[in-house]
Design a protein around this ligand. Structure first.
Ligand code: ADP
Ligand code: ZN
Length: 674
């Protein structure tokens, strides 16, 4: 008799044992249907054994009902990655399996996987070569990749290159080279709608020999792209984090572009970071991995420093274009309440840019009209009853809106607390900025791109192509405009309020600010015209701003590294965040206290008192979201091993101990601490 350990995509922490029907052949990685609570569900064979797990009565073990595919959906290597993720992120293995496949596979009556025909010839010979030769820096990076390709256990490569230094070109040449010998390549990018240009570059070079895979596709499209990869009809794929599991059999290279980007971390369901999992996949499969960025994460740069990663630097723009000049404008001597959001220097620079018939980007990471309304007389701030954050003032239509739960009320005329009529707007959003600019520059063509004006991918594309064609003079936008775009005629970038990002209650807020400033600055002067950047701030001496101004990543890193060391934050520690939420405040707080008690106990029995700090529980920075009260409890461990030990010991007992009305989630290596 043979028994199979089956993972089913439910929140079952472990696999379940089923008997393999006599005479049927099964291999790990195959999909099967199994009886579960009186119905059939799809499951994945994780392993096979000759004996059932101890304690199980063989009589009571149910049989597998059916085998769903001829072929395994997961290779041995994929199963290893899945098991690792399940353990590392404290997540049910069935959930990880489900995330790793196109959605249709989780249905019993989904598609059937058949044995592939002989693989198609999918080499990259269709290839349109650009004229230029690689620069010296690019050649060194390319050679480093080729060097690692020959190694049996390649080291990850950190490709640190300023914006426009030719990183993408290095990826393309490496893929081309690998394609010639039948190898396959996977490029991960942060967000498809924000970085359409990189997909276009791959398409232009490799045509239909690449798959494009992301969650914006329909289920049918995802299925067909996945099949193309599995059958070897394409030799490479470009995709967002879910492309991590691309079913290539002969993967030779993984590229993670903009490796620092927080969108690699999934923030709902399975809380994994696709960059970190890609590093693990590369390790398990002996594949080369290249992490590319103009502003590497502190963690990755520290790994390069420690020589865990190979470091390659591209320090100049490939086209010879100069980096923009950056100017910090001190807003403390400016009274915006009277004079509007823009400093005199910014207004003058926009005038000059318009006169030269060049384009301006204005970056303001806050949509809406004003940030919030406040009563001048009593200080009452209008906040969301569900979420405990201030409501944002919008003008068209006039209303107060919660950016978390979408709660809306008409903008009031009188204060509900003191009945006074002195309600004024504070802080300014993109909508207000647009109004100000229209008054200042009545003849300019002004457009605004944020999630209010462009919730659809298609309308974003229209905006961006108008910008490309020069049909917009001034584009105002939130972070949607900060990334990968390449507008050759943009020579002025204005950052309207650099302080918004600096003061989020998150240990990475300085790093984020430095990254975003560098990224938006990179939009200025991409082509032959020099670019200029103006950063408006109330804290002109802040190191994140000064080092961004000086294009000095290394100096920023030194400062930030010291800061993290002093506070024992990553990379000097590993963090996990236990997040509790519930309808009842006392009950939620009590659940968090119970978890703390269990963690303390386990810390003692595991003899980890010196290596593990427990912080909290405390109300989360956003105390209440969508009507749920939120608490968090932070674990800081000396290293990944210690963190894993305490999580393994405490996770299940905590889940069992907390009351039903309370939800608990563990976020390992959290990115968003709000
Ligand atoms: P990054 O990915 O670092 O932002 P890209 O690869 O997009 O940089 O390169 C920036 C620009 O420089 C692109 O227009 C690209 O075609 C061009 N380019 C890249 N490498 C070279 C080179 N060796 N010589 C001339 N132009 C180059
Ligand atoms: Zn709300």
């Amino acid at each position: 008799m043979l028994y199979a350990q089956i993972a089913i995509p439910k929140s079952m922490p472990r696999t379940l044992t089923y008997a393999v029907p006599a005479g049927r052949k099964i291999v790990p990685g195959q999909r099967v249907s199994v009886p579960f609570h009186n119905r059939l569900v799809a499951g994945y064979v994780i392993s096979l054994e000759h004996k059932p797990a101890s304690g199980l009565d063989p009589e009571k073990i149910k049989e597998i009902a059916d085998i769903l595919d001829d072929e395994p959906v997961f290779s041995q290597a994929a199963l290893k990655l899945i098991s690792w993720m399940s353990g590392y992120y404290c997540s049910p293995i069935g959930e990880v399996c489900r995330s790793a496949l196109p959605p249709r596979f989780s249905q019993v009556k989904g598609p059937k996987l058949t044995r592939p025909m002989a693989p198609h010839e999918a080499t990259s010979e269709m290839v349109a070569h650009p004229e230029f030769k690689l620069t010296g820096d690019q050649k060194r990076a390319f050679d480093a990749i080729m060097g690692q390709l020959r190694s049996p256990s390649p080291k990850p490569i950190l490709l640190h290159g300023i914006t426009g230094s030719g990183k993408t070109e290095v990826y393309l040449r490496a893929f081309e080279e690998i394609g010639k010998t039948g190898g396959q390549g996977l490029a991960l990018i942060p967000e498809i709608s924000l970085t359409p240009q990189i997909v276009k570059r791959f398409r232009d070079r490799f045509g239909d020999k690449i798959a494009v895979y992301h969650s914006g596709l329909t289920e049918a499209q995802r299925q067909s792209q996945w099949e193309k990869m599995r059958k070897g009809e394409v030799f490479a794929a470009v995709g967002t984090r879910s492309a991590l599991f691309a079913p290539f059999q002969n993967l030779k290279i993984i590229v993670v572009d903009e490796e620092h980007d927080s969108s690699y971390k999934q923030d709902e369901g399975l809380l994994y970071n696709a960059r970190d999992c890609a590093v693990m996949r590369a390790k398990l499969e002996g594949t080369v991995i290249v992490l590319g960025s103009a502003t590497p994460s502190v963690e990755s740069f520290a790994n390069a420093r420690a020589e865990k990663y190979l470091y390659c630097n591209l320090s100049e723009r490939a086209t010879g274009a100069k980096l923009p000049s950056i100017e910090i404008v001190d807003m403390r001597c400016h009274t915006p309440q009277k004079k509007g959001s823009l400093a005199a220097a910014t207004i003058k620079a926009i005038e000059e840019t318009l006169a030269r018939k060049e384009q301006t980007l204005l970056f303001l990471n806050r949509r809406g009209f004003a940030n919030f309304l406040i009563c001048q007389a009593c200080g009452h701030v209008f906040s969301c009853p569900n979420c405990d954050i201030s409501l944002t003032h919008h003008m068209s239509p006039p209303r107060l809106l919660c950016h978390y739960c979408d709660y809306q009320v008409p903008a009031p005329d009188t204060c509900p607390t003191c009945q006074g009529c002195g309600i004024i707007p504070m802080g300014r959003g993109t909508q207000k900025l647009e109004e100000e600019l229209t008054a200042l520059f009545p003849d300019a063509r002004i457009a605004r791109l944020d999630s209010d004006t462009t919730s659809k991918v298609q309308s974003r594309k229209t905006f961006l192509s108008k910008m490309q064609k020069g049909e917009i003079d001034i584009l105002i936008g939130t972070q949607l405009i900060a990334k990968g775009h390449d507008f050759p005629n943009v020579t002025l970038v204005g950052v309207v309020d650099a302080d918004v990002a600096l003061h989020l209650p998150d240990f990475r807020s300085f790093e984020r600010t430095f990254q975003i400033l560098t990224q938006v600055s990179g939009r200025a002067g991409r082509a032959d015209k020099p670019g200029h950047v103006i950063i408006q701030t109330y804290q002109p001496e802040h190191s994140a701003l000064i080092h961004a101004r000086d294009h000095d990543y290394n100096a920023f890193f030194e400062k930030e590294h010291e800061h993290r060391k002093a506070l024992r934050y990553p990379p000097f520690a590993r963090v996990a965040n236990f997040k509790f939420s519930g309808n009842n405040m006392e009950e939620t707080e009590k659940a968090a206290e119970t978890a703390l008690k269990i963690l303390k106990e386990k810390r003692k029995t595991c003899k980890l008192e010196k290596e593990i700090d427990l912080l909290g529980p405390a109300p989360a920075p956003l105390k209440k979201v969508r009507g749920k009260f939120r608490y968090q409890l932070l674990i800081k461990a000396a290293n990944a091993g210690k963190l894993a030990s305490i999580l393994t010991a405490a996770h299940c007992p905590i889940i069992q101990a907390i009351p039903r009305g309370c939800r608990i989630v563990v976020d390992v290596d959290p990115i968003n601490m709000l």
